[in-house]
Design a protein around this ligand. Structure first.
Ligand SMILES: Nc1nc2c(ncn2[C@@H]2O[C@H](COP(=O)(O)OP(=O)(O)OP(=O)(O)O)[C@@H](O)[C@H]2O)c(=O)[nH]1
Ligand SMILES: [Mg+2]
Length: 300
């Protein structure tokens, strides 16, 4: 590799729940994108920027590619998931080694015409080495011509090698962002996402998919940051579940979110949460735009 500075956009794409956000956080070394054991956690494109003396790697975390088209939000998420295909300098297709199936094969077929592709086979910590080998072999057969890298985003296994392989594939060029910038998102945005993560991790069944979070006030004072956020649900019955008996559930979510936001900001946070109803916000273009799900394009 030459000594010239390299810089480029690296799209992390793949089926929901394969570990894209976990990988981006691990590579950047900061929790920028929320993660959960459920699919369809990430809803927006989120940049994670890693700058060293030799390169600037601009990772683009994306929502998982899925077939769900029922509501406007699903269509927004799929656009956010696939719009990087043509713009990225490198496409990293994330696969879960324990759950490789036709959905992954479909994504691999979609990228087969591109030459700037790396296949990242995640969650190898969940299998023995002997079990990994035949699965890696099978995946390679579905991705002819592309390098397949086994990793564990959770334990960090093989991430140094993955980073080297990514950087080798970046174009030579000047940095696009200041060297201390980690993301394109504001703390306001990340705070709302952290509240959403706690809802995703705490609430059962389908409820998290009916929820979005907006920030009403975000004020940085000398020794404390005051944040007021609204959790939007689609129905009255959902509001009662989010609040819980005597407000217990909401208190728990608030406390978990505050701890994370304090960690990220490195200071004290006062977090106030409200729960409000906006019927069918997830299928209403106007509500979606008001909640930040807007990329300027129309649904097709
Ligand atoms: N065992 C194991 N679990 C992992 C690994 N990477 C991610 N996970 C877990 O897999 C789940 C999904 O991880 P995410 O990073 O949210 O996955 P994602 O691809 O961003 O998911 P979406 O945003 O829904 O598309 C979480 O419970 C993670 O902790 C890994 O290397 N090993
Ligand atoms: Mg994600």
């Amino acid at each position: 590799m030459s000594d010239a500075f390299r810089c480029g956009y690296v799209a992390l794409i793949g089926k929901p729940n394969t570990g894209k956000s976990t990988l981006m956080n691990a590579l950047v070394g900061e929790k920028l994108s929320i993660t959960a054991h459920r699919p369809q956690t990430t809803r927006h494109q989120i940049l994670g920027i890693k700058t060293t003396e030799d390169y600037q790697c601009i990772f683009v975390d994306t929502p998982g590619i899925h077939d769900e088209k029922r509501k406007a939000i699903h269509r927004y998420m799929n656009r956010a998931a696939t719009s990087m295909f043509d713009d990225a300098d490198l496409i990293c297709v994330m696969l879960d080694i324990t759950r490789f199936n036709q959905d992954d094969e479909k994504i691999l077929r979609r990228v087969s015409d591109y030459d700037n592709v790396l296949i990242v086979v995640n969650k190898v910590d969940r299998l023995s080495r002997e079990d990994c080998l035949p699965r890696m072999q099978k995946i390679s057969e579905h991705a002819p011509g592309f390098e397949c890298v086994p990793v564990s985003a959770l334990t960090g296994d093989n991430l140094e090698r993955l980073e080297r392989l990514i950087v080798e594939r970046l174009p030579i060029g000047v940095a696009q962002f200041p060297d201390d910038q980690l993301t394109d998102k504001s703390m306001r945005f990340i705070s709302a996402e952290i509240v959403r993560e706690k809802l995703f991790r705490t609430l059962k069944q389908e409820l998290p998919y009916s929820i979005t979070v907006s920030i009403d006030h975000y004020v940085e004072e000398a020794d404390i940051t005051r944040i007021s956020a609204t959790i939007w649900v689609e129905r009255k019955s959902q509001k009662a579940i989010v609040i819980g008996k005597s407000g217990k559930q909401l208190k728990k979510i608030g406390s978990l979110a505050r701890t994370d936001i304090e960690h990220l900001l490195g200071g004290k946070v006062y977090l106030q949460l409200w729960v409000k109803i906006r019927a069918d916000w997830a299928d209403d273009e106007q509500s979606l735009a008001a909640f930040g799900y807007s990329d300027g394009s129309q649904d097709i």
